[in-house]
Design a protein around this ligand. Structure first.
Ligand SMILES: Nc1ncnc2c1ncn2[C@@H]1O[C@H](COP(=O)(O)OP(=O)(O)OP(=O)(O)O)[C@@H](O)[C@H]1O
Ligand SMILES: [Mg+2]
Length: 348
């Protein structure tokens, strides 16, 4: 049985339809990451699951039970809000204690849980402070700790690490995953962060304008995007997307053409190739001029201008071409994707 199921969820505010027929099944103990651009409806969807917002149509099931009309406090779902939502007059300890007391847990159990989570999230020294005496990142950790301490069977996270510095974010990512492995709650985790999505999710759901574009393993989302939107949205830096057309076995672009050993009928296509699947070549391939080099530490991103297009590729090592150098690019044919320009769908 699924831990959580959404059936045809639609949400409109006035004439504005924010969620369009969202259906989703989350397995018991699964860590599902929900990603999508700002304003696509992620928080609204979480609020509908938690019961804080009602859907216009559609149903929410938990453990097979239809809870669409159940009050939020009776849903046994914990939520980490994008806006933290801490009680300002309570200390950190009391904020964490509050919902556990309501659930009538024994005092010893409450104390143990709070100290355990505070320790894991490095917030023990903050337990007696009020939210106003905390930084944004500290408040965010309290909000996270409060939800985790509940050990609810379903936990919803709305961008819980967005206000932490890069180092702390990396640590917290691992702590959340460890806590998940211990308590095995079912989690829906909203983020903008590609790395969080790829490293934390058992599966990733990509939401765009209130519709789910693809739900799949991080590997498939990255390597087999179903359409141009997913290809472009997932991956930093993004996939190179080149407009052209198929003529027999040739991909023909304004600046170059090359043979593709695929038999595709002639029409407008978008060719997608990730920066790690392009290499520099001595004297053959796509001709271009070096425009820019971004040093990223272990490697770097070379921007090559081909006339009308800028193609980006990863390079490593010491011999970095200089700006305005003429170079040739080789595309790994086995890794390229072709999308139908009109529909945006992957051409199999
Ligand atoms: N109560 C409301 N009334 C009218 N429109 C709303 C309301 N709540 C949200 N919206 C609109 O619904 C859309 C989706 O909002 P939502 O907060 O779900 O986006 P999001 O994907 O969480 O974005 P972000 O990544 O920026 O947090 C936005 O255009 C927002 O303006
Ligand atoms: Mg949001």
């Amino acid at each position: 049985m699924n831990a959580l199921e959404l059936k045809n969820i639609t949400k409109s505010f006035g004439f504005n339809t924010i969620l369009k027929n969202v259906s989703l099944e989350v397995n018991l103990g699964e860590f599902l990451v929900l990603v999508g651009p700002s304003g696509c409806g992620k928080s609204t969807l979480l609020r509908i699951i938690s019961g804080l917002e009602s859907s216009s149509t559609g149903e929410v099931f938990i453990g097979g039970k239809n809870i669409t009309l159940v009050e939020p406090q009776n849903r046994d779902i914990a939520m980490v809000f994008q806006s933290y939502a801490l009680y300002p007059h309570m200390s950190v300890y009391e904020n964490m204690e509050f919902s556990l007391k309501i659930r009538k847990l024994p005092p010893v159990e409450i104390r143990n849980r709070i100290h355990e989570i505070a320790d894991l999230l490095q917030m023990t020294p903050l337990l007696q402070r009020k939210p106003k005496d905390l930084s944004g990142g500290q408040r965010q950790r309290v909000s996270l700790g409060r939800a985790l301490a509940r050990r609810a069977p379903v936990i919803l996270f709305d961008e819980p690490l967005s206000n932490l510095d890069a180092h702390l974010r990396q640590q917290m990512r691992i702590e959340i995953k460890k806590i998940h492995q211990i308590f095995k709650s079912t989690i829906i985790y909203v983020t903008h962060d590609q790395t969080e999505a790829m490293t934390m999710g058992d599966r990733i759901a990509v939401l765009n304008k209130g519709q789910i574009e693809q739900i799949d393993s991080p590997f498939n989302i990255y390597h087999s995007p179903k359409n141009i939107f997913v290809a472009n949205f997932i991956g930093t830096p993004e996939m190179n997307l080149l407009n052209g057309e198929m003529r027999n076995n040739y991909f023909v672009h304004k600046d170059f053409d090359f043979n593709i050993s695929k038999d595709i009928s002639s029409h407008d296509v978008v060719l997608g190739i990730r920066p790690e699947n392009i290499t520099l070549s001595e004297n053959q391939g796509i001709a271009g001029t070096v425009q820019f080099f971004e040093n990223l530490g272990p490697n770097g991103l070379l921007h090559v201008h081909t006339g009308n297009e800028v193609i980006k590729l990863f390079i490593q090592g010491q011999n970095i071409p200089k700006i305005n150098d003429k170079v040739f690019l080789n595309v790994d044919q086995s890794k390229l994707k072709l999308f139908d320009k009109k529909s945006g769908s992957l051409i199999q």
